[in-house]
Design a protein around this ligand. Structure first.
Ligand code: MG
Ligand code: MG
Length: 249
């Protein structure tokens, strides 16, 4: 069942999303060669707590940190630690926040110093694929039109969409119905309705779409060792389109 949120509930989700955005903005300022992923996570954790909120990932199925920080061939769910960011890396930071019982979720991939043109293109295409998907969101539209738009952008750029992980509804839980794949044929799946809140999150690999999980049982990595990028927004469906809750006006 896909929840339809009231204005009050959307306002609470919006507040959690605001904290997510501000935490990601702080992370973006810290990303540079020589910084450990732990330092970035500590800053995110401290900021979320300072807002009277809770880092939603901490303790989720036992995840040990407040953010997921995934470097280079790490796709998602990277555990922050003593890894040092190096010039030329790309790093994906994913933040979830719970405040007053409502959740927000967003991710961005950052460049560490100067990166190769191909990594830059990977980041750009991933972000553009998210916005192509978002451009389809509107009450009455079938959900797989969003998935299809993402896949089309990614594959036309000769990159690949991760299939083992999907976007999701969000609200009073971090992960609610529906699942939102980043691939698929158009004109299927549930019809969107105003008040649905969705976290749409293409994970895009430079090489093969296939992934594997590291021995830490969390970190998802590309099978071929090539880099991966990830962008995510939490949005609310409206009658004439959407509102992106993880962009501040
Ligand atoms: Mg996320
Ligand atoms: Mg998510």
């Amino acid at each position: 069942m896909i929840n339809i949120r009231s204005k009050r509930e959307i306002d609470l989700i919006r507040n959690s999303c605001r904290i997510v955005v501000e935490a990601l903005d702080l992370a973006s300022e810290l990303v540079r060669p020589g910084v450990s992923t732990q330092v970035i996570d500590d800053r995110i954790d401290k900021y979320i707590l300072s807002q009277g909120a809770r880092p939603a990932f901490k303790g989720y199925n036992g995840f040990p940190a407040s953010s997921c920080i995934s470097v280079e061939d790490e796709v998602v769910h990277g555990i922050p630690g003593n890894r040092i960011l190096r010039q030329g890396d790309i790093v994906s930071v994913d933040v979830g926040v719970e405040c007053e019982g409502f959740f927000g979720d967003s991710a961005r991939t950052f460049s560490v110093g100067e990166i190769s043109p191909e990594k830059y293109r990977l980041m750009q295409v991933t972000k553009e694929s998210l916005y192509d998907g978002l451009s389809k969101v509107q009450a009455g539209v079938r959900l797989s039109n969003v998935s299809h738009a993402i896949q089309t952008k990614v594959e036309s750029a000769n990159f690949s969409v991760v299939r083992d992980l999907v976007g999701h509804g969000i609200g009073q839980k971090l992960h609610e119905d529906p699942q939102i794949p980043n691939f698929g044929a158009p004109n299927s799946g549930p019809r969107l309705k105003a008040g649905m809140v969705l976290a749409i999150e293409p994970m895009v690999n430079m090489g093969t779409h296939e992934v594997k999980t590291r021995a830490d049982n969390w970190t998802v990595m590309t099978q071929d060792g090539l880099p991966s990028a990830h962008f995510e927004h939490t949005v609310v469906v409206t009658n004439d389109g959407l509102e992106i809750l993880t962009v501040l006006n």
